[in-house]
Design a protein around this ligand. Sequence first.
Ligand code: C2E
Ligand code: SIN
Ligand code: SIN
Ligand code: FE
Ligand code: FE
Length: 780
Amino acid sequence: MIYILHLEDDPVDAELIQVTLTSAGLVFKIDWVQTGDEFSQALRRGGYNLILADYRLPSYDGMSALLLEQEWRPDVPFIFVSGTLGEDAAIEGLTKGAIDYVPKTKLSRLVPAVKRALSETENQKKRKQAEDALKDSEERYRTLIEQASDGIFLADPQRNFVDVNPSGCNMLGYTREEMLKLNMKDLTDARDKSISPLRFDELYSGQVILLEKKLITKSGALLPVEISGKVLDNGNMQGIVRDITERKQHEREREAIITVSAALRQATTRTEILNIILDQLVDMFDSDGAMLVLPNLQTGGFIDEMGRGAVAERMIGLNIPLGKGVCNWVVTNKKPYLNNHAENDPFFYRPDLLGASHCLASVPLITQDQTIGALWIARKADILEQDLRLLNAIADIAANAIRRVKLYEQTELQLRHLLALHQIDIAISSNFDANVTLNVILNNVKNELEVDAASILLLDPITHTLDYAAGIGFRTRRIEQSNVKLGDGCAGRAAQEYRTVSFQDIGQMDGAFIRSSLLACEEFVLQYATPLMVKGHVKGVLELFHRKVFEPEMEWLDYYETLATQAAIAIENASLLENLQRSNAELMLAYDATIEGWSRALDLRDKETEGHTQRVAEMALALAEKIGMSEVEKQHLWRGALLHDIGKMGVPDSILHKPGPLSEAEKEIMRQHPIFAYQMLSPIIYLKPALDIPYCHHEKWDGNGYPRGLKGEDIPLPARLFAVVDVFDALTSDRPYRKAWTREKVYRHIEEQTGKHFDPQIVKIFLEDKHFQKWDEDGA
Ligand code: C2E
Ligand code: SIN
Ligand code: SIN
Ligand code: FE
Ligand code: FE
């Protein structure tokens, strides 16, 4: 459908023109206007594909219409259809924008003119749209290039830059003007060893090519890039350059981290780990020195503990005082340090040792929020931020690895210590020869504490001297003549002051060190002594000697004191037994008298039970007679009864004399008294058959007794019998923890405990004497 605006004053002409168009088969709608006003209104409304206009009208004219059309609707084709238009006016009309002229006399030309006009405007419209689109996309493309983060450039076949986007300029540090004066060759650098310089050629090879290069920037730095190029039709090459510094750095870090972690995974000791880390630091950073700095526990400063490379070798073992050194700054601030002119840093402790390697980076070793030390590297070439980042990553891995082995080493050490202690326990409990036990202990001391020599001195309570008892690791036997006065020297002080004492430089102390002449040839430099304490009393001293300087850790001191406790127990046990064994000979002569003496001694100690032992022994014997025991059995029973509570010798006064009920812990100790008795008496051969009572008199018929929880007839008969008389006498006597019960109450208790605490048969026989016993009391 063609929409036509027709300006014509003559209705006949208007009609004629419509007929002409219709008869040509055109499909159209026509708005016929006769005046200028009508024309301008219609034109403003718009919506026409074509304007036909007469040239001369009564109150208007075609040229004005054309001018109006050109102003408002320049895209709508305008054709003059007029009878009066002269040659000149026609030319003027055409130059002013009309597309054609058809005289009314030659209306046959109208249809072709209309068709041509319409198709021409159509083409024009399409062309314009295409142009607009092109302009649009060009603009978008330009923006894209201007804003791209990659560098984009055009180079001519001679590789001169023709165009470069802002990113390309920024990347290389040049302005656009400077770039356009450069050739690609100007960006290559001999330092780029990884890739042959000839490979720029490949960008011109006609295909899309991607290559990695290092370009030299205006400042002279090497920039790792990835370049792709594509040759355009005109022979120019369009290239894209991408800065791959980050990616390269990440690749380097990842590789470094993989290398370090793989190496560390194999390592099982701290030393191994530190060696691996230091090797890697030298390698990776091309450094002239790498060092591990650890806190010096003694001074609070730092110590350059382990290092690699020339610079490190000059600093190794450096004792950096408290508050000094870069490492102190790093550890205190938990921050990395980077200074390419470290020689000027007032924090530095010994900048003079750096020499030419004045670029220094240091990072803290942090694991689980604990700073355990620091690493530093030094070199001649500048250290960059990214190097620091890598150093940090390695420090992380290192710190965790150090922590891991530390835990591992600690567990292993604890396990070894436990095993050693267990070994000593076995020696103590199975070997009553004090010398053997002491030697087991000294062996462990030497191995576990890694000392050069150790000895045990025992306190003679009469002379107040510490006398040699056992030793290990000495070059001569002169130590055996040691007798140190209480308060003298390291050992004498330890014994007097009840604490661990150490002496440094003991070789130099001639006068002060009492035994210096004895130890002259031993070359000891360090001595430790700790008291051997049993129940608050000093029994002797465990002393250690080092021939080299040594700084103990807390664990070492703890373990030292643990071993000393073990030694003290061994000595205590051994002396108890030795006392007994010494008595052995006398017992052979007059053993009954001795046993009675012991039991009296016990009664004397346990004042409240005075007479108890004698009474229960007599009652037990009477009861044994009633059940028809043999003479031999009765003899053993007599001795056993006298000794039944001998184990209370091993119970501290504070428990034995406690006026009130015992705590669980105290009960625990009290319940050891049958075991103590067994340990004391079992080595004495002729007392062995008498052991039943001391060992088993607290077992109960129902199995709820101690120490072994024996039940029924598993409890030896003498012990079953004795339990009844022991409890009977205990309850009828005053105790520090309660008053005596009445006889009635005691009998009721014993009856009630029949089959629980006591053997029913024994109770039955015991109660047969009830009246006799009652009479005995009444008569007393
Ligand atoms: P022990 O005083 O010669 O008592 C021997 C046993 O008699 C006790 O063994 C228990 O079976 C019985 N016995 C003594 N007193 C009482 C009592 O008040 N009530 C009852 N039901 N039974 C009594 P056990 O209990 O194994 O005690 C062994 C030793 O432990 C006692 O010898 C005593 O030296 C000590 N002991 C027990 N309880 C206490 C207490 O509460 N305070 C204090 N300071 N010592 C206690
Ligand atoms: C050139 O070939 O144009 C310069 C060297 C290079 O390609 O790196
Ligand atoms: C450090 O602190 O570990 C570097 C040595 C120094 O500060 O002198
Ligand atoms: Fe007892
Ligand atoms: Fe008793």
